[in-house]
Write a protein that binds this ligand. Structure first.
Ligand code: SF4
Length: 366
C-alpha cells in the first residue's frame, strides 16, 4: 500500500509517518499545505463545507497526484458534520476519477472488535508485538513533539534573539523525525529543553501577557490554516497556552488508555454554561475559557473555521462567560479569504487591550 494521511502540524508528518513506515507501508505524505492545497479543496468541495474538510481534500488530491493509493483518515462520529466528512471526501475524489482505498478510523468507544479490526488493517501482516512497538515509538514522538511545542510557547516571548526558539524547535523535530529509538527521543527532548533555557537567560521570570488558545482542533493545531498564530503571538510578547492537544484526541481512539481526569476537569468547568457536548471541541472551549480565567490568565483566543457548528455555539456562550468573569475573549473566524494583515491588526489590538487591563489591575493593587 502507498499510504497517505492529512497534514496536521508536525504530528502527521513525523509521528503518523513513523507508525506507518515502521509497519512496512510506503508513506506518501501530501506536500506541506500551501495556497494550492487550499485552492484545490475550495474548487472541489461544496461551498458551505467547513474549512478543514476543504484543506484535507486538497491534501488528498496532492498526495494521490504523488502516487498514493490508500488514504488513512478519521471520521464517522458527530454530532457535527465530522460524521460524514470522510465519506464526502471519498465521493468527491471518486467523482474526479482517482483510484484509491480510504480507511476511515472511527472512535471505537471501547469496542474491542472494532479496535482489532483497525489494527489488522494497519499492521500490514506484521505481528502484534511489532505493531505495539511501532505504536509505542509513534506515541513517544507525539508526546515529545507536543511537549517541545508547548515549551516553545513559553520560551518564544522570552527569547533574546528573535527566531531562536523556532530554530531550536525545528532542529529538535527534525532529529525526532529521523530516529527510531525511544531512548534517543528522550535525549533529543532533554537537549532541546537545555537549548531553550540558554536563549532566555535573565528573562525566565518576565511577567508576560498570558493567553489561552482554544477552539476547533484542526485550525488550532495546523499553522498554515491559523496563519501561525502561536508564533505571531510569541513575537508580540505573549505567552500562549494551548487548550487543544492531540493527545486526548488520539487517546479517545484507545478508550482503554484514555486519561479522563483532565477532560473531566474541563467539562466540569464548562458545566454551568454548557452542560453537554455539542460536538467537536465546543464544550472544551468553554471549559478552557473558565479555567483560564480562574488560573489568572489575561485572556483567551478562540479560533473557528467558518461555519463550524460546535464552535459557533461556543462563541455565543463565550460572550456570557466573558461578561460574567470579566475575562476578555477574542474570536477569530477563519475561511479561505482570511488575510494576514487583518489578523495581525486584530491580534495587536487584543494584546494592547490585555496589557492595558493588566496595567490597571497593578494600579488598583498598589
Ligand atoms: S468541528 Fe467544526 S470544523 Fe470540525 S468537522 Fe465539525 S463542524 Fe466542521
Amino acid at each position: 500500500m502507498k499510504v497517505t494521511m492529512p497534514n496536521l502540524g508536525s504530528l502527521a508528518s513525523i509521528a503518523g509517518k513513523s507508525l506507518l513506515s515502521n509497519l512496512g507501508h510506503e508513506v506518501i505524505l501530501p506536500p506541506p499545505n500551501t495556497k494550492r492545497t487550499l485552492d484545490l479543496g475550495v474548487r472541489y468541495a461544496p461551498e458551505y463545507c467547513c474549512l478543514p474538510l476543504k484543506i484535507v481534500l486538497g491534501n488528498f488530491i496532492e498526495a494521490l497526484e504523488k502516487g498514493a493509493d490508500t488514504i488513512i483518515t478519521v471520521g464517522g462520529w458527530g454530532p457535527c458534520r465530522f460524521g460524514y466528512y470522510s465519506e464526502i471526501q471519498r465521493m468527491i475524489l471518486k467523482s474526479l476519477g482517482y483510484k484509491f482505498e480510504m480507511i476511515s478510523l472511527e472512535v471505537p468507544h471501547g469496542n474491542l472488535i472494532r479496535m482489532l479490526n483497525y489494527i489488522n488493517r494497519l499492521r500490514n501482516k506484521k505481528s502484534l508485538p511489532s505493531f505495539i512497538e511501532a505504536f509505542k515509538l509513534a506515541w513517544a514522538k507525539v508526546v515529545t513533539i507536543e511537549e517541545l511545542e508547548k515549551e516553545a510557547l513559553r520560551v518564544r516571548p522570552r527569547e533574546n534573539i528573535k527566531g531562536e526558539t523556532s530554530k531550536i524547535l525545528k532542529r529538535g523535530l527534525s532529529l525526532i523525525d529521523n530516529t527510531n529509538s525511544i531512548e534517543e527521543i528522550e535525549r533529543i527532548k532533554q537537549k532541546t529543553l537545555i537549548d531553550y533555557s540558554k536563549i532566555i537567560e535573565d528573562n525566565e521570570d518576565k511577567d508576560l501577557i498570558k493567553i489561552k488558545l482554544v477552539g476547533e482542533f484542526y485550525v488550532a493545531l495546523e499553522p498554515f490554516v491559523n496563519h501561525n498564530i502561536e508564533e505571531k503571538l510569541g513575537y508580540l510578547g505573549v505567552e500562549v497556552e494551548r487548550g487543544v492537544s492531540a493527545i486526548p484526541w488520539i487517546s479517545s481512539f484507545l478508550k482503554f488508555f484514555r486519561e479522563n481526569k483532565l477532560q473531566d476537569i474541563i467539562e466540569n468547568a464548562a458545566e454551568p454554561y454548557l452542560a453537554q457536548s455539542v460536538g467537536g471541541e465546543g464544550q472544551s472551549t468553554i471549559g478552557h475559557i473558565v479555567l483560564a480565567s480562574e488560573n489568572g490568565m489575561d485572556g483567551a483566543i478562540q479560533v473557528i473555521p467558518f461555519t463550524c457548528m460546535p464552535e459557533i455555539v461556543a462563541e455565543i456562550i463565550s460572550k456570557k462567560v466573558s461578561d460574567d468573569l470579566n475575562f476578555p475573549v477574542l474570536t477569530l473566524i477563519y475561511d479561505e479569504q482570511t488575510g494576514e494583515e487583518g489578523l495581525v491588526t486584530r491580534l495587536d489590538a487584543f494584546v494592547d487591550l490585555l496589557k492595558m487591563k493588566k496595567f490597571e489591575r497593578h494600579l488598583i493593587r498598589r
